[in-house]
Design a protein. Structure first.
Length: 137
C-alpha cells in the first residue's frame, strides 16, 4: 500500500513502520511494511520459562509446543532474545550451578569490586566459566 502525502512535512501522524522507496527523479514513495507479530502463546511461554531457562532452552520448548515464528519458522535462541527485549522479559539473575558463585557474589564476599574479580579471571588467578545466561544460548 502506498500512502500519498506521507513524506517529510506531512501533517498526519506517521505510521508505526514505514518503508522508503526512492524513485530516482528526486521523488520518494513511502509504504507501510507488513506487521509481523510473535504469537501470544510464544510470548507467554517465554515469560513463564524465563526465570530459569536459557534462550536456547526456551526455543526448544517453543518448538516442542508446535509454535512457529511470525514468519512460520522454527524458534532459535536469537528469536527468544528478541522476545525478551521486546516484551521486557528479564534474564535470570544467576545461572550458577550448586556450589558455584557469581562474580558479584565473590566480589561482595571478598570486599572488592567486580573489576578486580574480572582482572583475576583474565590473568588466570581465578578459574571461571560463562553461565548459560551470557553464553548467547
Amino acid at each position: 500500500m502506498i500512502e500519498r502525502g506521507s513524506g517529510p512535512g506531512r501533517t498526519d501522524p506517521a505510521p508505526r513502520q514505514v518503508g522508503h522507496i526512492s524513485t530516482g527523479a528526486g521523488g520518494s514513495l513511502f509504504t507501510r511494511r507488513p506487521q509481523t507479530r510473535t504469537p501470544s502463546e510464544a510470548i507467554e511461554l517465554t515469560r513463564r520459562l524465563a526465570p530459569d531457562h536459557t534462550n536456547a532452552q526456551i526455543a526448544e520448548r517453543l518448538n516442542a509446543a508446535g509454535l512457529r515464528t511470525s514468519n512460520d519458522g522454527s524458534f532459535a535462541a536469537t528469536h527468544v532474545q528478541w522476545i525478551r527485549w521486546r516484551h521486557k522479559i528479564p534474564y535470570p539473575t544467576t545461572m550458577a550451578r550448586d556450589g558455584e558463585l557469581t562474580v558479584s557474589q565473590i566480589a561482595t564476599y571478598l570486599g572488592v569490586s567486580t573489576r578486580v574479580i574480572y582482572a583475576w579471571i583474565s590473568t588466570d588467578k581465578l578459574t571461571a566459566h560463562r553461565g548459560p545466561a551470557r553464553a548467547h544460548g
